[in-house]
Design a binder for this molecule. Structure first.
Ligand code: SF4
Ligand code: SF4
Length: 65
């Protein structure tokens, strides 16, 4: 089930969300977006929908469902 929807076209690879996630549910994947940034992936199983990534991301990548 998708809990945390991401729009990685907006991601700039800053890593803030990776550091903030209390469940280590966010990591960098192999995907490069159109801006040339390596983007994040969310482990949907591990996510507890705390919203930390949503609050910390400067580029509005996350949507907690
Ligand atoms: S909502 Fe919380 S648990 Fe889920 S990915 Fe974001 S920071 Fe991690
Ligand atoms: S905080 Fe936002 S812009 Fe930075 S790596 Fe995470 S999703 Fe990408």
């Amino acid at each position: 089930m998708e809990k945390n929807k991401t729009d990685v076209t907006r991601c700039k690879g800053c890593g803030l969300c990776v550091e903030e996630c209390p469940k280590q549910a966010i990591s960098f994947g192999d995907h490069m977006n159109v801006k040339g940034y390596r983007t994040i992936v969310v482990d949907q199983e591990a996510c507890i929908q705390c919203g930390s990534c949503y609050r910390v991301c400067p580029d509005i990548v996350f949507e907690i469902l």
